[in-house]
Design a protein around this ligand. Structure first.
Ligand SMILES: Cc1ncc(COP(=O)(O)O)c(C=O)c1O
Length: 382
């Protein structure tokens, strides 16, 4: 399969690319859609930005909301999950004494956002310890159950964790939060197109996803879903023409979020073409194939290197994080890349070190065999 798909992407053919998870990769066909929109913008900037933009955005929201199953007006575009979640987190009415519950597996930038907010507002930010190897989802559900108290205002949780690559039981935790009137904010940066995403069925209060990772859109497309009843609570991170708008639409949420000053938002407009590409290539089947390759790779790597992964197969999608001894992960990652031309993130998580593989349609068993050979050689040379 990779023989057919690798040439569809622009990725350097000389590099063994095992890091789709960090920034995704965009098929040439979809990238052309980005260039087309940028040409339209340059051809007639006023028509494109001032006259047509809201209709284009509506078409993009329509395609995306159908894809992730939510109402078209409950979703807005942002350039990345950090911006989307900062907009939300800074809008929350949380004060001294309130408690935010999360895990010790959250993405570093958002962990920092919560630390920043808790320092400013005096709220308590509590990270529950989810042990690895992760083998039983009931343990995390129980630790949330035990930690909830009358001060708990928000549960913040990744759908798929970044460093440790684990699919967490968000449906069960959202249900638990509802029983206690606690807001749920789900960081689903890695979910869309890696696993099935049905927002209506999960029913969180807020859900953030990235399109440029596993949906393979051009870079700079993320979204925030906000349940209707909370939309008026959201403040724009950048106050612009949508605030006290001269011609308001029916949605304050969209007015506030959709215009943040002059910007090239062509990438947002490619979403209908991105989804067309995914459907044309039966991406659901492709994701299943990549998951099977990932589970095979996990087993091969752990056996060859005599090491362990962060979780059982049932909690993995197209990524696996594997324990590997490193002294200086970032420096060694560049060193490893320079020696072997393998793009592989080396990670420090708590007091342990790992690498993470991410498998996409352009990867093959040969990539994994080369990775194993290279890691064994690299380890022996240290
Ligand atoms: C769990 C999670 N949240 C958010 C993000 C993305 O955030 P940003 O692109 O805004 O840095 C990532 C990216 O890897 C992630 O893994």
């Amino acid at each position: 399969m990779h023989d057919i798909y690798k040439p569809m992407f622009s990725i350097d053919p000389k590099v063994t690319y095992l890091n789709h998870g960090s920034f995704g990769a965009c098929p040439k066909e979809v990238f052309n859609s980005l260039i087309d929109f940028q040409r339209k913008l340059e051809f007639e900037p006023v028509k494109h930005l001032a006259h047509d933009i809201y209709q284009h955005l509506k078409e993009s929201r329509s395609a995306l909301s159908e894809y992730v199953n939510c109402h078209i007006d409950d979703i807005a575009f942002f350039p990345n999950p950090s911006t989307a979640l900062n907009t939300l987190i800074r809008s929350l009415d949380i004060t001294k004494g309130d408690q935010i519950l999360t895990t010790n597996h959250e993405y570093g930038a958002l962990d920092r956002t919560w630390r920043f907010i808790s320092k400013k507002r005096g709220c308590e930010y509590i990270k529950l310890d989810v042990a690895i190897p992760y083998t039983d989802k009931q343990l995390i559900i129980d630790s949330f159950k035990n930690a909830i108290n009358k001060n708990t205002k928000v549960i913040f949780l990744s759908h798929i964790t970044s460093a440790t690559a684990l699919i967490l039981p968000i449906k069960e935790i959202i249900e638990l939060a509802k029983e206690h009137n606690i807001l749920t904010i789900i960081d689903g940066a890695h979910a869309p197109a890696q696993i099935d995403l049905d927002i209506k069925n999960l029913d969180p209060d807020f859900y953030c996803g990235a399109c440029h990772k596993w949906m393979c859109s051009p870079k700079g497309v993320a979204f925030l879903y906000v349940k209707k009843q909370y939309q008026d609570m959201l403040e724009p991170l950048v106050v612009s023409w949508g605030y006290e708008a001269e011609y308001p639409s029916d949605s304050q949420f969209l007015d506030y979020m959709q215009w943040q000053g002059t910007n090239d938002i062509s990438a947002y407009l490619t979403i209908p073409d991105t989804i067309k590409f995914l459907k044309k290539h039966d991406w659901k089947k492709k994701a299943q194939h990549c998951r099977a390759l990932n589970l095979w790779a996990k087993n091969e790597i752990c056996t060859a290197l005599d090491t362990y992964a962060t979780g059982d197969d049932q909690f993995l999608g197209q990524m696996t994080t594997i324990a590997f001894k490193l002294e200086e992960p970032l420096k060694e990652q560049i060193d490893f890349y320079t020696k072997y031309k393998i793009q592989l993130p080396f990670i420090k998580w708590n007091d342990k070190t790992f690498f993470r593989i991410s498998l996409q349609v352009y990867n093959s068993k040969e990539d994994i065999n080369y990775l194993i050979k290279s890691l064994l050689q690299y380890r022996a040379s240290k």
